[in-house]
Design a protein around this ligand. Sequence first.
Ligand code: FMN
Length: 320
Amino acid sequence: MGLELRSPVIAASSTLTGTVENVVEAARCGAGAVVLKSLFEEQILLDSAESVEENEQRFWYGQAEDYIREYSRADALNGYLALLDECSRSVPVPVIASINCVSAGEWVSFAREMEGAGAAGLEVNIFVPPSDSSRSARENEQVYYDVLERVTKAVHIPVSAKISSYFSSMTESVGRLSRSGIGGLVLFNRFFSPDIDIETFSLKPGPVFSTPSELHHSLRWIAMLSGRVGCDLAASTGVHDGEALIKQLLAGASAVEVASVLYQKGFEEIRIMLGVLEEYMDRHGFERLSDFAGRMRMDAVENPAAYERVQFLKHFGNMS
Ligand SMILES: Cc1cc2nc3c(=O)[nH]c(=O)nc-3n(C[C@H](O)[C@H](O)[C@H](O)COP(=O)(O)O)c2cc1C
């Protein structure tokens, strides 16, 4: 996003980064920045709708509905702004606000208020599920451009987009997104996924946390897109240790965002990851990240096709 960070490990947006104490702890353990839990567009709209329903019978005047809607919205936003304000005053690292959105609605004005409350940047977490058979890929993608255009116009702080890999033409779409005025892209978000209980015939939550083996999807795309897009890239999903951090930096990420490992092992894990990075840099004689960052990106390796290889060929072991 163009922000100067003291370390390349960012505490990712999650419920963990929804309290001042945790944000302080993340910074104490060496996080270069913290992304606050998201303010969900859907949550705001739902809160408003529920309040209107609950209060429906009590209000007889037309304006009442508008009033409640505004009140609920303001309530959700005010809580978030208070958190943001206190966190940004409590830690010496950038605190990035996060909005989770599914449309370019009027909520975009909230971005300005977040800027006013001390956000060093804004991470816009967008996902339009490609599940509506009547909507074309272009129509779905247009939502991303509309959201980002409106948000980047609304604020002066840097904006990043946190996206999934559900794009028909990743390189083209991400290239366009990267030139839409944003300062960074986070690849990729990891979603809540459903599972099936085969005995009770009911749905249940899938695994909430990532595993280290989930690193490779974003690693591939960071390496393939690094140097080909118009903004910084941060890697998300599957970074659980110092080696994974180093791999993403070699692939061309400017930073990594971590969530699952913080839930599983605590914020101290950030310090351990940074220790592994320092030891690696000492061992290789690197003084700064730029001495090795991007060294393994697609356009820098001898066999770039290895990044595009997706089928398990007989000789899949030969990646060099
Ligand atoms: C419990 C939980 C809550 C999360 N909440 C958010 C959120 O509010 N906003 C968001 O952008 N990402 C959220 N995420 C996604 C993480 O920021 C991260 O992108 C994802 O978990 C992949 O990183 P990881 O492999 O380090 O967990 C959440 C993840 C977890 C596990």
